[in-house]
Design a protein. Structure first.
Length: 267
């Protein structure tokens, strides 16, 4: 099992890979990709049992983060990352099951969680020892389908489902609270019938404790609210809605690389 320091080093490397992908493609979504790095790294390094468990990236625009982690886990050669968003590439702007390691096509926000619920219920019906993990965005939670899926999961007691909500507070139009305020998110999800845990989404120790609680809950689904920073790790991207969906220019890319290399060297 990877140590916390090892996980931190992997996270630093993943951030570098994300920036490389998006810069080479001249297109992509750096802000929300960088905010979910620790959650993805933890799930793939400590949680997911290959061939047994399932993962759904409901906020599909954060695909560069998922692709980086999948490459590190050996699902496809790391060189493929240079072909992000290119015609004919296996790595499109949103996840597709044509990509090794991807369990569900996502991109239209709100739909991925419903698919994850179906996977979890199907596993229970077939009496399979399968856990299903899903990451949704805070802005995505403004979609009505998310709430239908949450109620569905609670109604069917899907205790093999772990929903991670990336709460970075920003979406493409600006602050989530200004676009459509999702007040008391933790209480609202709890009222749906979930075991709810709120953590610092960049702290591996807190993530470890949250997933321990997930595994010890046997009567209801679990939601982990990840308090994160959009654009985490790149100073000029952090907490800036403008970096939701644009690629850095050369000067910005080189500055980001310098910052990320300092972290990687320190780790």
């Amino acid at each position: 099992m990877e140590t916390i320091s090892s996980l931190q080093r992997i996270a630093a490397r993943v951030r570098m890979m994300i920036l490389d992908e998006i810069y080479n493609a001249r297109s992509g979504h750096p802000g929300g990709s960088l905010s979910i790095v620790e959650a993805l790294v933890y799930v793939y390094e400590r949680e997911l049992r290959k061939g047994v468990d399932r993962f759904v990236l409901s906020k599909g625009h954060a695909a560069p983060a998922l692709y980086a982690v999948l490459a590190l886990k050996g699902y496809f050669p790391e060189e493929e990352l240079a072909h992000l968003r290119q015609s004919g590439s296996m790595l499109q702007g949103h996840p597709s099951i044509m990509t090794p390691g991807v369990d569900m096509c996502t991109g239209s926000l709100g739909q991925g969680l419903s698919a994850a619920c179906g996977m979890a219920l199907g596993a229970k019906y077939l009496k399979q020892d399968t856990n299903v993990y899903a990451i949704v965005g805070d802005g995505e939670c403004q979609e009505g389908q998310i709430w239908e899926a949450l109620h569905f999961a609670a109604h069917y007691h899907l205790d093999n489902l772990c929903v991670m909500i990336d709460w970075n507070g920003l979406q493409i139009e600006g602050k989530v609270d200004d676009v459509m305020n999702l007040r008391d998110m933790d209480k609202r999800v709890k009222y749906c019938g979930f075991n709810v845990i709120t953590v610092d989404g960049h702290d591996f120790t807190e993530l470890a404790k949250a997933f321990e609680l997930f595994h010890s809950t046997d009567d209801r689904p679990t939601a982990i609210i990840l308090r994160t920073v959009k654009g985490k790790g790149v100073s000029f991207m952090e907490n800036k809605a403008e970096w939701h969906g644009k690629a850095p220019n050369e000067e910005q890319y080189l500055q980001a690389v310098r910052e990320l290399k300092e972290v990687l060297d320190h780790e």
